[in-house]
Design a protein around this ligand. Structure first.
Ligand SMILES: *[C@@H]1O[C@H](CO)[C@@H](O)[C@H](O)[C@H]1NC(C)=O
Ligand SMILES: *[C@@H]1O[C@H](CO)[C@@H](O)[C@H](O)[C@H]1NC(C)=O
Ligand SMILES: *[C@@H]1O[C@H](CO)[C@@H](O)[C@H](O)[C@H]1NC(C)=O
Ligand SMILES: *[C@@H]1O[C@H](CO)[C@@H](O)[C@H](O)[C@H]1NC(C)=O
Ligand SMILES: *[C@@H]1O[C@H](CO)[C@@H](O)[C@H](O)[C@H]1NC(C)=O
Ligand SMILES: [Cu+2]
Length: 676
């Protein structure tokens, strides 16, 4: 699958043209804007030219913006008209003749600033092309063809997918995948019909099958009842819900200027990255009293997603996925469907990433942006305590949502960043899609006498136990760059000296984390408030200005620390970590996730136990789901949701939405929506 680089002078000609177009558009560019299609092409041209002259095999595995230093960006932001925009640079990871290269390309000078071979463990993002090539290999591999025939199945109804293999202590590793295959006769829900017992190993650098085992045969689960298409459903149908729509007769209330979005009191930048998906930068909120924007978050994005399955048998033990670092959350993003994935009034944005050949690939409608009104209350009070009066004030809750959906093979992750006028940022995650199931001979739970590592969901179908851990990188800059992390435990106190009929109460005991070790927290053990404060700023009455992390349900890994997947996923050991800002510490599992050995994780960086008090700090938060599949998850999962909130805490002098005007009451009895 490796593409061959040939030298032609057309490349140089093209690069000149691109140079012109990029220089011309430079002034309008925000330094954090993702690479444009022409910039992707320019990167490819520059790198291909540098390797021309001989017959190389060159593939692109990551191409993204090499974001400028934080200080540079911040000084540009504070004065974009007079500050020169920092040069646009790309960070690139290629495979060249089986070596991994890290390359920085300067797009303002059309030059390669550095090109280093990476000698450490692990491999970069898998490309779509190499996965597609790998999953076709079994079809012409005689032992596999024979296995299919032995099962009495038709090869033309077999489709395959790809799985990473992880790392289990091997001294030598190569870039290999395993290829699970499925039977689609009578359904499109391939994942519900595994061909169990077969293991196909593909070396993707050689692009050939290097291992093959067919250990046992069990029935392929049947197709009936697995299809999820509306066209395939038979009566009886669910009760029909009445048509429902929200209206914005005055149009959307937000403004999109390039990649900068302004809405209500918020302004932020929205980028797209092949590995992380959405990147929210420079989120700041307008303070009515101070009459200015105040910083909240410099950069926030998904850093990794760890999905270990709990079946230790030969065919399943290796299924320990790191979806962002292996498959790419951005690379796996799908086009959103208007009216269904997002409401009628949503606005869409496209995203681009570099394919294996370096050429830009467009994902249209990769983001939707919309104002969400779910019928909730922002704040309210009814006062009946004043004789002769009833006072009622209610404000409906409206927020702004940025949404992306990443479909990593069988699973669909719905990722929301939601901004509230009250200053809260809510991060939501929805899990839907199709379970990864294992074929077994059992058709009823009464037949099962051993641990099957999952739930029998349908005949011959086990939904294997697994977790989803989503780790977020949250570089908060609360009203400035220098922040501290304060953990406030709620502690029970005994009443002494008979001062009160009460025996006990709780109070807040706050501790500022001095070093990284102080800030590692496993949630759910003790009630605590977790606040990132600006120790250099206080409210008028003297409280430190801050933002709290309001976690979702507390989930921690159950694998033992010495288990290989957990060594690689050690960053999930604590729900909260705080590190000093370091531009190269973005990916909690390491820059090279595929076949990694856990030597470049957040858990390792944090062993340095650096000082984090009154410093530029990054908050890492892991939310998790232990997934015990149930029959309702068959044949497709109703969305399971989770999330967390970053909430202003003594950031404002008072309720920042106090002065929100009541809504006009508008009623459109005959309003209809039309589907375009
Ligand atoms: C370049 O290498 C490929 C694969 O290694 C080979 O098929 C091709 O013939 C080579 N081309 C030239 C011009 O050497
Ligand atoms: C920058 O220039 C634009 C257009 O000339 C102007 O609207 C804007 O107010 C200026 N911004 C600053 C921060 O001076
Ligand atoms: C295989 O395909 C042929 C031709 O479509 C069909 O007649 C046959 O029944 C199929 N066999 C199975 C096991 O599905
Ligand atoms: C930044 O992090 C990387 C990776 O952990 C480390 O190698 C480097 O020394 C760090 N830089 C600083 C200035 O601490
Ligand atoms: C709504 O539609 C109904 C039936 O089409 C019509 O009788 C009624 O006058 C309409 N009402 C308004 C407010 O337009
Ligand atoms: Cu799950």
């Amino acid at each position: 699958m490796a593409s061959t680089v040939r030298k032609t002078f057309i490349f140089s000609l093209l690069s000149l043209l691109y140079l012109f177009s990029i220089v011309a558009s430079h002034q309008h560019r925000h330094p954090l804007d993702p690479l444009t299609p022409s910039e992707f092409n320019l990167v490819r041209t520059i790198i291909e030219n540098s390797y021309s002259g001989s017959n190389h095999s060159l593939t692109f595995h990551y191409v993204g913006l090499d974001d400028p230093d934080k200080q540079t960006t911040l000084s540009w932001v504070s004065n974009p008209n007079t500050t020169l925009a920092p040069p646009r640079r790309a960070f690139v990871i290629t495979r060249l003749d089986k070596d991994t290269h890290e390359i920085i390309v300067d797009l303002s000078t059309n030059s390669i600033i550095s090109d280093q071979i990476y000698h450490g463990h692990g491999y970069p993002l898998l490309t779509s092309n190499e996965q597609v090539a790998a999953l076709q290999l079994p079809m012409t591999y005689p032992p596999f063809v024979e296995s299919v025939k032995r099962r009495g199945l038709n090869l033309s109804d077999v489709v395959c997918s790809t799985s990473i293999v992880g790392w289990f202590g091997e001294a030598e590793t190569s870039r290999i995948l395993k290829i699970p295959c499925f039977y689609i006769d009578g359904t499109v829900n391939l994942y519900m019909r595994p061909l169990e017992g077969i293991t196909v190993v593909v070396d993707i650098d050689e692009m050939k099958i290097t291992g093959y085992y067919d250990r046992f045969r069990v029935p392929v689960p049947k197709a009936g009842g697995t299809d999820y298409r509306a066209s395939e459903q038979k009566p009886p149908f669910s009760p029909q819900l009445r048509t429902l729509a929200t209206m914005q007769p005055d149009g959307p209330g937000f403004e999109i200027d390039g990649h900068t979005i302004r809405w209500a009191d918020w302004a932020f930048h929205l980028g797209f990255d092949v590995r992380a998906g959405p990147i929210i930068s420079l989120a700041s909120i307008y303070d009515l009293e101070q009459q200015k924007f105040r910083q909240v978050m410099y950069r926030g994005h998904i850093s990794e997603l760890f999905v270990p399955y709990m079946d230790p048998t030969e065919e399943w033990y290796y299924k320990t996925y790191f979806d962002a670092g292996e498959f790419g959350f951005g690379q796996s993003a799908v086009s959103l469907e208007p009216f269904a994935d997002c409401p009628a009034h949503a606005v869409f944005m496209d995203g681009y990433f570099a394919g294996q050949d370096g050429k830009p690939i467009k994902i249209s409608n990769v983001f939707c942006i919309f104002e969400k009104y779910a019928g909730n209350v922002m704040w309210r009070h009814t006062e009946i305590g004043i004789p002769g009066k009833v006072i009622r004030e209610v404000r409906p809750d409206v927020s702004l949502v940025v949404r992306m959906v990443s479909t990593v093979g069988n699973y669909d992750y719905i990722l929301d960043w939601e901004f509230k006028p009250s200053g809260s940022i809510k991060v939501g995650v929805g899990l839907s899609g199709v379970l990864e199931v294992k074929g077994v001979s059992y058709t009823h739970t009464d037949q099962i006498k051993q641990d099957l590592y999952g739930t029998l969901l349908a005949e011959n179908t086990i939904g294997v136990y697994h977790d989803h851990f989503l780790t977020y990188h949250l570089d908060l800059d609360v009203d400035g760059v220098s922040n501290s992390f304060v953990k406030s435990n709620l502690e029970t106190k005994r009443v002494t000296d008979n001062i009160s009929p009460r025996k006990s109460y709780w109070t807040v005991v706050s501790k500022t984390a001095k070093t990284e070790a102080d800030a590692r927290i496993q949630l759910g053990l003790k009630p605590a408030e977790l606040v990132v404060v600006n120790p250099n700023k206080r409210t008028k009455v003297g409280n430190h200005i801050g933002y709290s992390l309001i976690p979702g349900s507390a989930t921690s890994p159950l694998l033992s620390d010495d288990d290989y997947p957990q060594i690689r996923g050690a960053f999930t050991k604590y729900n909260v970590w705080v590190t000093p800002y370091n531009k190269s510490e973005k990916w909690a599992g390491g820059l090279y996730m595929d076949r990694s050995r856990g030597d470049d994780t957040l858990a390792i960086w944090s062993l340095r136990n650096r000082a984090i008090e009154n410093k530029d700090i990054v908050l890492w938060y892991t939310m998790g789901f232990h997934h015990v599949p149930c029959q309702e998850d068959f044949p497709i999962m109703p969305t399971l949701t989770g999330g967390f909130e970053l909430r202003p805490t003594n950031f404002f002098e008072r309720n920042p939405v106090l002065k929100t005007k009541p809504h006009k009451n508008v009623y459109w009895p005959n309003c209809t929506t039309t589907r375009t």
